[in-house]
Design a protein around this ligand. Structure first.
Ligand SMILES: *Cc1c(COP(=O)(O)O)cnc(C)c1O
Length: 394
């Protein structure tokens, strides 16, 4: 049983998710590629050493386990190549180091994942890269910010707290015409709901920690590139060797097989919860791209084929104590960062403290929800009691 690459390319995504990156005939018939732990690879003779013609040359340059996941992800993302890092943030750093260096200017959306901002303002600034933040809703207006030395335009949609939807094809068209690399953090949608390279993205990042894992039990990053950037991404990765561990890659491959199912269920649950929250008197606004009255809904509908289980709400004005009373007493929702696991989470957030290009003033406290796989009615009962505490403390 082996599906040829050409044949798989013609298959629907769900079928490809089942078959991508594995070849039982190379694993004594076992269905999955096992965990290969290894640094040294032995060569059959000196000629082979000189030619470096082993399929695998050294642990940092790949093992059958990492190769399986790289190939599967490239196929899913429509990428030329993929490299694997020990965290999502490391995947972002590898992408940025691939495309920019001393003396360059980069444009980064003001809605970017906060640790990305910290890398740009800290290490990247120290290395001589100038970062300028831009209004996430700028669209083709990015043109006026482009300089001759602008090497990267970094996009992320939706923003993982603020949920602004960016017009990625419009931004990418301008950036590419000016020779800049379009880098996207695609963690929210994953390639299942947003095929990044088809939409103009050169280098795409996925925090595999989230939906690829699906179980809050591993850290992993994936950086994929189109044909134009593949060699440079691979060379940058090889020069630094920030390699992902074999157990984590194995677990990610396991997660990959059910990712479509989990993601669609998370999306369905998330949207139902968003609609329920939108009807609550304590809630001023729900920031969810799949809600028809949401500001970024048209872009989402045009470019994305689904939504995941992460969204935010803005509460009507309430004191910090009242919000704490609501959240601290929750029984089913954990208070924690990260998302994409089977369990529901909530965190309070406020973008005011770190935004620089745009003013964030939503008019009330922000809460970000990750909706897991629990029964929605139980989650709503938990929140119902939370809202009662909020009202009582107001
Ligand atoms: C979590 C996350 C990352 C980083 O992933 P880690 O594995 O936690 O380093 C990057 N981008 C987004 C949008 C994330 O949510």
């Amino acid at each position: 049983m082996k599906v040829s690459k050409e044949r798989r390319a013609a298959m629907r995504p769900r079928t490809r998710l089942v078959h991508a990156g594995r070849d039982p005939s190379e694993q004594f018939g076992f269905v999955n590629t096992p965990i290969y732990r290894g640094s040294t690879v032995l060569y059959p003779n000196t000629d082979s050493i000189f030619r470096r013609d082993n399929r695998f040359v050294y642990g940092t340059k790949g093992t059958p386990t990492t190769r399986s996941l790289e190939e599967a992800w490239s196929e899913l993302a429509g990428a030329e190549t993929t490299v694997l890092t020990p965290s999502g943030l490391a995947a972002i750093v590898v992408a940025l180091m691939t495309a920019a260096g001393a003396g360059d200017h980069i444009l980064v959306t003001d809605s970017v994942y906060r640790p990305t901002r910290e890398f740009c303002d800290g290490v990247f600034a120290r290395m001589g890269v100038e970062t300028e933040y831009y209004d996430p809703l700028i669209g083709a207006g990015i043109e006026r910010l482009m300089r001759p030395n602008t090497k990267v335009v970094f996009v992320e949609a939706p923003g993982s707290h603020s949920f602004e939807m960016q017009d990625i094809p419009a931004i990418a068209a301008v950036a590419r015409a000016r020779g800049a690399c379009v880098i996207m953090d695609n963690t929210w949608a994953t390639p299942i709901f947003f095929p990044p390279h088809e939409r103009g993205v050169d280098i795409a990042i996925e925090a595999g920690t989230k939906y690829l894992s699906g179980h809050s039990d591993l850290l992993l990053g994936l950086t994929s590139a189109n044909a134009a950037w593949a060699d440079r991404l691979r060379a940058t990765f090889d020069a630094m060797a920030p390699c992902a561990g074999p157990e984590d890659c194995f677990l990610a491959l396991r997660g990959l097989r059910t990712m479509d199912l989990r993601l669609r269920e998370a999306g369905r649950q998330g949207l139902a919860m968003a609609q329920w929250l939108a009807a609550r008197p304590e809630v001023a606004r729900v920031l969810h791209p799949a809600l028809p009255d949401y500001a970024g809904h048209d872009i989402w509908k045009r470019d994305f084929s689904g939504s995941s289980g992460l969204f935010s709400v803005i509460l009507k004005p309430a004191s910090r104590e009242a919000v704490s009373a609501m959240l601290d007493g929750l029984e089913l929702f954990g208070l924690g960062f990260s998302w994409g696991g089977f369990e529901s989470l909530v965190i309070p957030f406020d973008c005011r403290s770190y935004r620089t290009a745009t003013v964030w003033n939503p008019g009330g406290p922000g809460l970000r929800f990750q909706i897991g796989l629990e029964d929605l009615a139980d989650l709503q009962d938990d929140l119902d009691r939370g809202f009662a505490r909020l009202r009582a403390a107001a």
